[in-house]
Design a protein around this ligand. Structure first.
Ligand code: F6R
Length: 357
């Protein structure tokens, strides 16, 4: 039940700090060590390449998962859109392992790929919120999100839960392979949980930004680099699906290769700056679009913040920023939809679980 909340989406956004804490508890043993199923650990150790397959928001979580698994566990990862993979299977490595990411566990496009790869005799792990779902039953292994039911069509807490679970999978694999991790994941995830909570306490700020930037506009662009590029793609999806504003997320460096032609006087551009090694570059991109009339809103991490930045998110580990930087995207999208009188929890033309290909 949504209780005192006007919409499920807002309730589910607010649940994210608790969901992260739940995940920490679920995947920890008595000695506060990450503990995964032995079979999953073995499969992760054995594979020479991981293929992540998913749709929509789950695909965006997969993009972040690739970075985590490659950086932390040193296993190469490809991320594929399920509906593309099923008609155009890429060349596979010798010992592939498939990871299906699906909140519902019922998405037909993802299931079509699972059926294909099982026929080829490959192993599959499903990361899902729904125990007993089709994708969970048909895969060899399952990791649950423990996020509680997600009712709003726009996915919020499932995205952060998926990334948190992928980070745990990456850390467990690193340990199994004897790779020395430079940080304590469990500790960093609790820092993340507190940071999300702090942002959820600033709703007036996000409502004001939505009003100022998105009340009347027809379009909105999001830019970022590295991890931030993945998150701005999710931000754009969130905004377009519930507010019907045409929105796209772009890699900062690609602007000059075509997209910058779209910038007009007053075009809203939301930039994300949480990555130190690309901080100067993304700030250069913000200046480029501002010089062409864009109405810019920069969301940055505290230790990298400039005076003119509009939203400051608390510092968290560089690999885990998506868990926190997506919160402003979710809340700005929510309020934009609200201000434009859209049906936040049930956007037009969309279903919560897409069971047709
Ligand atoms: C967007 C959204 C969709 C789903 C996609 C996959 O907010 O909810 O893009 O992420 O349909 O659904 P699952 O994760 O259930 O396979």
């Amino acid at each position: 039940e949504k209780g005192t909340y006007p919409h499920y989406m807002l309730k589910e956004i607010d649940e994210q700090p608790i969901v992260i804490r739940n995940i920490i508890n679920q995947y920890q043993d008595k000695n506060d060590q990450i503990k995964l199923d032995d079979d999953i650990r073995k499969a992760m150790k054995k594979t020479d390449r991981i293929y992540i397959v998913a749709c929509g928001t789950s695909y965006h979580a997969g993009l972040v998962g690739k970075e985590l698994i490659e950086k932390v566990a040193e296993v190469p990862v490809e991320v594929h859109i399920a509906s593309e993979f099923s008609y155009n299977m890429p060349m596979l490595s010798e010992k592939p392992l498939f990871i299906f990411i699906s909140q519902s566990g019922e998405t037909a496009d993802s299931r079509a790929v699972l059926v294909q790869v099982k026929k080829l005799g490959h192993k599959a792990l499903t990361i899902t919120n729904v125990p007993g779902s089709t994708l969970s039953r048909e895969a060899d292994y399952t990791m649950l999100l423990h996020a509680g039911p997600e009712i709003a069509v726009a996915s919020t807490k499932a995205y952060t839960a998926q990334i948190a679970v992928l980070s745990i999978l990456a850390a467990d694999t690193a340990k199994a392979k004897g790779i020395d991790m430079s940080f304590d994941l469990i500790k960093e995830l609790s820092v993340v949980s507190n940071a999300i909570e702090a942002l959820c306490d600033q709703k007036e700020e996000f409502e004001a930004i939505a009003r100022e930037y998105l009340s009347v506009t027809r379009n909105c662009f999001f830019i970022g680099r590295g991890m931030d590029y993945h998150v701005v793609q999710e931000g754009a999806l969130k905004l377009k699906e519930i507010s019907y504003i045409q929105a796209e997320g772009f890699a900062g460096g690609e602007l000059k290769h075509g997209t910058i032609a779209l910038i007009e006087e007053g075009t809203p551009v939301i930039a994300l700056a949480t990555q130190e090694h690309v901080n100067l570059s993304i700030r250069g991109n913000v200046k480029e679009v501002a010089a062409r009339g864009a109405y810019t809103c920069t969301v940055s991490m505290k230790s990298l913040a400039d005076e003119e930045d509009r939203v400051i998110i608390p510092d968290v580990h560089a690999y885990l920023t998506p868990l926190v930087s997506v919160i402003p995207m979710q809340l700005i999208s929510y309020y934009a939809a609200l201000h434009r009188d859209c049906d936040v929890d049930k956007p037009r033309n969309l279903a919560k679980s897409v069971t047709v290909e």
